[in-house]
Ligand binder design. Structure first.
Ligand code: DGT
Ligand code: CA
Length: 577
């Protein structure tokens, strides 16, 4: 069991205790322990084996026993009993705005409500209007909240699903009946959210392969089972389709089940125009199949260059493949350095030294530190004095090792009126300034656009971070005229961030395509708050590829020397500073 999984369980125990109406301090102690594990410098299994866990801040004897049990056995009886004592839907109900443990328990006691579905039904039946402590307004608000979570539940974050999907893929690769197997669908295309896992296998024995798949321990139930397709629900709650084809059909089926639907429709149209018929079984002239051994040959047969899966969204990729103008998409090995890194000085979990060492070990040539600015009091924003201390430390580290560069940056709040968070004299001390909105998300569109345009027009701004503020499946983007933001960024020569936190992926890849056309440079921003965020890079690069980004469009591909020059050219110096 990974530390992250243990943290999730501790957080869940805290919620379960709240739902049970236990002492709030007890519930909180699990959250405190979870936070401590998040920032743990040492290896958790080592601490457990050496019996030193209770030396960690916020972890007493009782908790250390429970965490030990999780680490050593992968289970915790206390948690399982607690979970069994509460209706499973109540945890989900906590996600509905305005519903806390007290109200959830009242709904249970008075109306017997155990699940979100039951609650929705009760609202439609107006059962809440007369309930003490509720009323019509509360009921309407709850209904709105339910609509939101139901809409969001149909899809998952790419990052939540890809690990399990690749696990299944690797498992199938080892089976003797499987001649070839690939992921298809939205996961293969690197879509930011996914409905299900699509697997495609080539086999001569679909019957027995389907049976073996259905019998996997991770399969919770079988939704449908036929000759060529088996659909199952996995224990994790996600559905998985396994399609079974012959090795001869495989290339056509792989293309078809990769999609997107829109891309497929356009491809079929193109085939038809050339007197051909295209479907998941083949590419036919009259009834004669045109032999293609792989996807490359399939594209070739239609007069096209190979289109990488990320681009198959019918956003002009077919025209570009015909003309030979497809982009040479960015790859992970093109990335030389990272910007947007938080340290312990604000709300990061790791020290400057740890982050720099880690980045160097991962093969990067530089990182750009950007802690929060002073208005971000919730995130420990830096005072002018704290900036001076950090800069002295960076100078020392840079002096010690000339093969790795730490850039001095700041993630400055964009204040509601569009100003940045420090005086020019302070802003002039940084190698780069990331401007970002972190407050008053609810502004009218015109005001928010004006606010961001003002920040982009500020000569000290280098990068605009997470330009729309969306959280995938959780929070809409703020209202904003994104076209205007892109136009101003282009005119002012500013860099736009593609924030690669899996919940953000903001700038949206569709807008990356627009930004690229305007000649805007993109920066992949891992928004690192702890070392694990270095692992965001594979998804970040995939999404950048989806946005048609080439190495030259992205400043993370600059060498150390080029990055120094790039930032130096953009830097404004204050007279006298
Ligand atoms: P998702 O599952 O919503 O995250 O997105 P996809 O793209 O994985 O969609 P899915 O799983 O329904 O189907 C996988 C691919 O199969 C899809 O991208 C294109 C192909 N496909 C499935 N059904 C149809 C269809 O009715 N028409 C066409 N043209 N293609 C289809
Ligand atoms: Ca799918």
């Amino acid at each position: 069991m990974t530390t992250n999984e243990i943290i999730k369980i501790l957080e869940e125990i805290s919620l379960l205790l709240e739902l049970k109406g236990e002492n709030p301090f007890k519930a909180r102690s699990y959250l405190v322990a979870a936070r401590s594990l998040e920032t743990l410098e040492e290896d958790l299994p080592d601490l457990v084996r050496e019996n030193r866990l209770d030396s960690v801040r916020g972890i007493g004897e009782a908790l250390s026993k429970k965490i030990g049990e999780l680490v050593l056995t992968g289970r915790l009886a206390y948690y399982e009993n607690l979970k069994a004592s509460i209706p499973p839907g109540h945890l989900e109900m906590l996600k509905i705005p305005g519903l806390g443990p007290k109200k959830i328990n009242a709904l249970y006691d008075r109306l017997g409500i155990e699940t979100v579905g039951e609650l929705e039904y009760a609202c439609h039946e107006n059962h809440l209007t007369e309930l003490p402590g509720f009323g019509r307004k509360t009921q309407d608000k709850i209904l709105d909240g339910i609509k939101q979570i139901l809409r969001y539940r149909e899809r998952r974050l790419y990052a939540e699903v890809i690990g399990e999907a690749e696990g299944l893929l690797n498992l199938l690769k080892g089976w003797k009946d499987v001649m070839e197997v690939r992921l298809g669908g939205s996961l293969r295309r690197g879509y930011e959210t996914v409905k299900d896992i699509d697997l495609l296998a080539a086999t001569r024995d679909p019957g027995s392969l389907g049976d073996s798949f259905a019998a996997l321990p991770v399969v919770e139930s079988i939704i449908a089972k036929g000759e060529t397709k088996i659909s199952v629900a996995l224990e994790s709650g996600i559905n998985c389709d396994l399609r079974l084809v012959t090795p001869e059909e495989f290339p056509y089926a792989l293309h078809h089940f990769t999609g997107s639907r829109e891309h497929n429709t356009a491809m079929r149209g193109r085939a038809k125009h050339r007197g051909l018929k295209m479907n998941e079984y083949g590419l036919f002239r009259d009834d004669q199949n045109i032999l293609c051994r792989n996807e490359e040959e399939l594209f070739q047969a239609l007069g096209l260059a190979y289109i990488p899966p990320e681009l198959r969204e019918n956003m002009g990729e077919i025209e570009a493949a015909e003309k030979g103008t497809l982009p040479r998409l960015i790859e992970e090995r093109d990335i030389r350095g990272l910007f947007h890194v938080h340290t312990q000085a604000s709300d990061g979990a790791d020290s400057l030294e740890t982050l720099a060492r880690h980045a160097r070990e991962k093969g990067f040539s530089y990182i750009g530190i950007s802690d929060h600015s002073r208005s971000a009091f919730y995130a420990g924003g830096l005072s002018v004095e704290a900036i001076r201390v950090q800069h002295d430390r960076i100078d020392e580290l840079n002096a010690r090792d000339s093969s790795f560069r730490i850039f001095k940056g700041i993630e400055s709040d964009i204040l509601p009126d569009g100003r940045l968070d420090y005086d020019d004299e302070v802003l002039a001390r940084f190698d780069f300034v990331i401007a970002a909105v972190h407050s008053q998300f609810g502004m009218p569109e015109a005001n928010m656009t004006r606010r961001i345009v003002a920040a982009l027009s500020n000569p000290f701004t280098t990068i605009l971070a997470h330009p729309t503020g969306r959280l995938l499946l959780a929070r809409e983007a703020y209202r904003l005229n994104i076209q205007e933001v892109i136009d101003v960024a282009a005119a002012e020569g500013k860099v736009l961030e593609l924030n690669i936190n899996p919940q953000r992926l903001d700038l949206d890849w569709r807008n990356c395509i627009l930004a690229k056309r305007k000649g805007i440079k993109i920066v992949l921003g891992p928004d690192i708050h702890n070392r694990e965020a270095f692992d965001y890079l594979p998804l970040g690069v995939k999404i950048a590829r989806k946005g048609w980004i080439e190495p030259d469009d992205c400043i993370n591909t600059l060498s150390r020397e080029e990055a120094i020059r790039f930032l130096e050219q953009r830097r404004i110096r204050c007279p006298g500073a």
